[in-house]
Design a protein around this ligand. Sequence first.
Ligand code: 13P
Length: 249
Amino acid sequence: MRKKILAANWKMNLLRDEAIQLINDFNKEVELSSNEIEVVVFSPSLYISEISQLTDFKIGAQNFYFEKNGAFTGELSIPQVKSCGASQLLIGHSERRQIFGESDDLLKRKVDAAVESNTPFIFCCGEALETRDAERHIEFVVNQLHASLFHLDEKQILLGAIAYEPIWAIGTGRTASTEQAEEMHAAIRESLSYVYSPSIANQISILYGGSCNAKNATELFACPNVDGGLIGGASLQSETFNQIAKALI
Ligand code: 13P
C-alpha cells in the first residue's frame, strides 16, 4: 500500500528563531505516529542543519543543483544538504519553474541526481489557469511528467512521490474542487500505470497542493487518489498544520 505523506513547504519564510520555534511547536502539536503518515518539512536550506537535530520529522531541501560539487556559486548540492540532515528533495515546484526559469530538461537532471544519490523526492507538476480554461490541463501535466520523470525505470520511479499543484491554486485561497483534484490525480495514476504498471502506479503517492487548509483538507484527502498534501501557507502555523495532519489519518 502506498504511503500517506504530509509535507510542509515553508518556502522563503521565517527567520532562524521563528523556524526553530515552529519546529518545536510541530514536535509538540503535530500528533502522529510516524507509521501512519510520513511528515516532511521543506525548510529553508540555511536552517536544515539545526532543525534536523531538533525533530524526528523528516527534513527536506526545497532546492538543489544537480552537480555534486564545483564552481557553482550560490548553489547547494545533494551531498551538501544531506550532510546537514536533509533526507528528501523537492523538484519542479512551479515557483522554481516560473520565477527561476527551471526547464523540463534541468528538472530531468535534478531527478537523475536524486536517483543517483538514492534520495527520496517529491516531483511537482501543475497547470496555469489558461491551460485549464483551454481544457488542456491533463495533457499538460502528463507532458510535464513525461518530460522530466518518466524516463526513470521501474525501480527508480519508486523513490519518488508526485505533487499535483495547480498554479492557480497556489497561495491564492482558491483550491481545486474535489472533482478537479481527483480527476487529475486519477489521470496521473493512469499514466503511471500505462508507462510502468498498475502495481507501480499503486505504490506511488500523489499529493495535492494549492491553498490546502484545515477547512478543505478532509474532503480533498477523502479522494481515492489523493495520498496527502504539500502545504505552503497553512504549514506556517503548527495548529493549522496539525489539523491538516488529522484530516489525513
Ligand atoms: P499554498 O498552500 O500556500 O497555496 O502553497 C502550496 C505550495 O506551493 C506548496 O508547495
